[in-house]
Ligand binder design. Structure first.
Ligand SMILES: [Zn+2]
Ligand SMILES: [Zn+2]
Length: 459
């Protein structure tokens, strides 16, 4: 038999199926396109390799257009209206960006501009253009390159976290003044639903394949189970498999190729230490200076949590505590542990460690919620000497800390966890010790379509 078949849902696998390298563990798979409404999981680490989406390109296009319209409305109308001492004040999202820049807080203004306006806007407009081209049957080389850049913009868009920040600032402002929600809040709610549907309707692999550049990888790999051992490397953006010796950028999307992220451990340690050091001033120093009816006080992250507890908003207190205080600590501990386990070539349950990595990858962005809440309060509450909110150095330390932890997680290469396993004598790289003893979970495919691991020496 040429190959070991892991039949995840009882289908047979065509030998002409696409070759994929798992982005999290580098294991090579041959997988047919996933069937509708199924997920294709890596048999070794459980990473999602592909999803069979029920929607067509036309449906995805319609959803992206809807999301774009709602996003424009969310930016055109005011977020909320404030009434204080007979004064009325309202601001839209671009208005907040402008107010923060004119008040002399360019870093808050830039954070809001990049993650709430530019990230989603470039992604949405670009996706509409790309999907229009594909829906008209046009296959152009630039589509794949554009799609890679759009995916990068998408990863820096944090509108869902911003909406939570709006809720936090709204609750705080309601305790100080009379505040009414604006039309933009409803549009933002609609946008979140439309954007979530649009993104879940489209499998990135569909776009990569539809972009029309043929699979440039050698048709058959020989001598390895992981891409690296087979003399291959997978493109970090589009997953196209290329020879390991290739120095030129990816033939399909133009991304720089590397078998492992360069200097991953060193970079991750540096970013992690920097963010751990910033965590101290971020929590000790005040994040805002608030003047309310002529009386001034300073708030730290924790005093904000206590404020919500005192006023009975315990869900918000819990949210801020988890997102701002707990999540960064969990990230420091998990990433340090993963780095140490790689340093000492640990072989303890790599599948668990891969799961821990994916967890930290998913939760990191939610720490931005307090920064958004502060930005909105600063932009909204500027009523002369009677009432105002001004950011303090703690907020800058906090924002920098969050960005540094997000970058630390991104610079970490999860494939390093599995490299120690691959060098174990007498153990097939598709396995780990626990699974040989039978006390580790068997690979499951959640009803997904079939995929194949390439065995060493075969091909
Ligand atoms: Zn994997
Ligand atoms: Zn690529």
């Amino acid at each position: 038999m040429d190959h070991i078949y892991w039949l995840l849902s009882g289908y047979c696998v065509a030998k002409t199926a696409l070759m994929l390298a798992c982005p999290d563990c580098d294991l090579l798979h041959r997988a047919a396109a996933p069937a509708r409404r199924t997920m294709q999981l890596c048999v070794r680490c459980g990473a999602v390799l592909g999803r069979g989406r029920p929607a067509t390109l036309d449906t995805a296009l319609a959803l992206y257009v809807t999301a774009l319209i709602l996003f424009c409305l969310a930016n055109a109308f005011p977020l909320m209206t404030l009434r204080l001492h007979g004064n009325m004040r309202e601001a839209s999202i671009p208005g907040c960006v402008q107010i923060l820049a004119t008040l002399g807080w360019p870093w808050l203004s830039a954070t809001l501009l990049t993650t709430v306006i530019l990230g989603p806007l470039v992604h949405l407009v670009g996706m509409v253009v790309v999907l229009l081209q594909l829906a008209r049957g046009r296959r152009r080389a630039w589509i794949a390159r554009a799609f890679r850049i759009l995916e990068e913009f998408r990863s820096w868009g944090m509108t869902e976290v911003f909406v939570l920040g709006v809720m936090v600032s709204y609750t705080k402002l309601a305790g100080m003044t009379t505040v009414k929600p604006g039309l933009a809040l409803y549009a933002l709610g609609g946008f979140l639903v439309a954007a979530a549907l649009a993104m879940s309707s489209l499998e990135p692999r569909t776009v990569w394949e539809a972009a029309g550049v043929p699979e440039a990888a050698p048709p058959q790999a020989s001598g390895g189970l992981t891409a690296r051992r087979a003399g291959l490397q997978a493109c970090p953006a589009c997953g196209l498999v290329a020879p390991l010796a290739q120095r030129a950028p990816c033939a399909r999307c133009g991304a720089t190729l590397h078998s492992r992220k360069p200097d991953s451990a060193t970079r991750t340690w540096a970013l992690l230490i920097a963010s751990a050091l910033l965590y101290i001033p971020a929590n000790v120093l005040p994040v805002t200076h608030v003047v309310q009816l002529g009386r001034a006080h300073e708030d730290t992250i924790l005093s904000g949590v206590i404020y919500f507890l005192r006023t009975g908003s315990w869900p918000l207190a819990l949210l801020i505590f988890v997102a701002s205080v707990l999540v960064p600590v969990v990230k420091f501990v998990v990433i340090s542990y993963l780095l140490l386990s790689i340093r000492f070539r640990s072989r303890w349950r790599p599948r668990r460690r891969a799961g821990l990595y994916r967890l930290t990858e998913g939760v990191g962005r939610w720490s931005m919620v307090d920064i958004y809440a502060i930005s909105i309060m600063v932009a909204m509450l500027q009523m002369g000497s009677m009432s105002s909110v001004v950011p303090r150095p703690g907020a800058m330390a906090f924002a920098t800390m969050v960005v540094a932890t997000i970058m630390a997680v991104r610079s970490f290469d999860p494939r390093l966890v599995w490299d120690a396993m691959d060098s174990m004598p007498g153990l097939r790289p598709g396995m780990e010790r626990g699974s040989l003893r039978g006390d580790e979970e068997r690979p499951t495919g959640a009803g997904g379509p079939p995929s194949v691991i390439l065995e060493p020496g075969n091909g």
